[in-house]
Design a protein around this ligand. Structure first.
Ligand SMILES: [Zn+2]
Length: 102
């Protein structure tokens, strides 16, 4: 069996050791604002459809929503939870930044 390693620091995580699963789900937010479209809307939609046809459906899907799973050791998990992007900033209030989250 392949040995498990922490995705962050690379430390080996032997069977039975304490490890954490980190699931990240990122998805495109929509704040209800649409930029005014300059030009023929029908033409614009056709251009968009053409562009989508020549793009890998998986890439479009990834643009909208993506889920990733990582395995972390306790120390990396604690570090991540306290400051996910190592920015030194406090987390934002989700209700303030989310647009039309259902
Ligand atoms: Zn680690």
């Amino acid at each position: 069996m392949k040995k498990l390693r922490c995705h962050s620091c690379g430390i080996e995580l032997p069977k039975g050791s304490l490890k954490y699963i980190l699931e990240i789900r990122s998805f495109a937010d929509f704040d209800g604002y649409l930029e005014e479209y300059d030009g023929d809307i029908e033409e614009g939609i056709n251009d968009l459809l053409d562009a989508m046809e020549s793009t890998d459906p998986k890439a479009i899907e990834d643009d909208v929503s993506k889920e990733q799973i990582f395995i972390l050791c306790k120390s990396c998990r604690d570090k991540f939870i306290n400051d996910p992007f190592q920015s030194g900033k406090a987390e934002v209030d989700g209700d303030e930044v989310k647009g039309t989250i259902h």
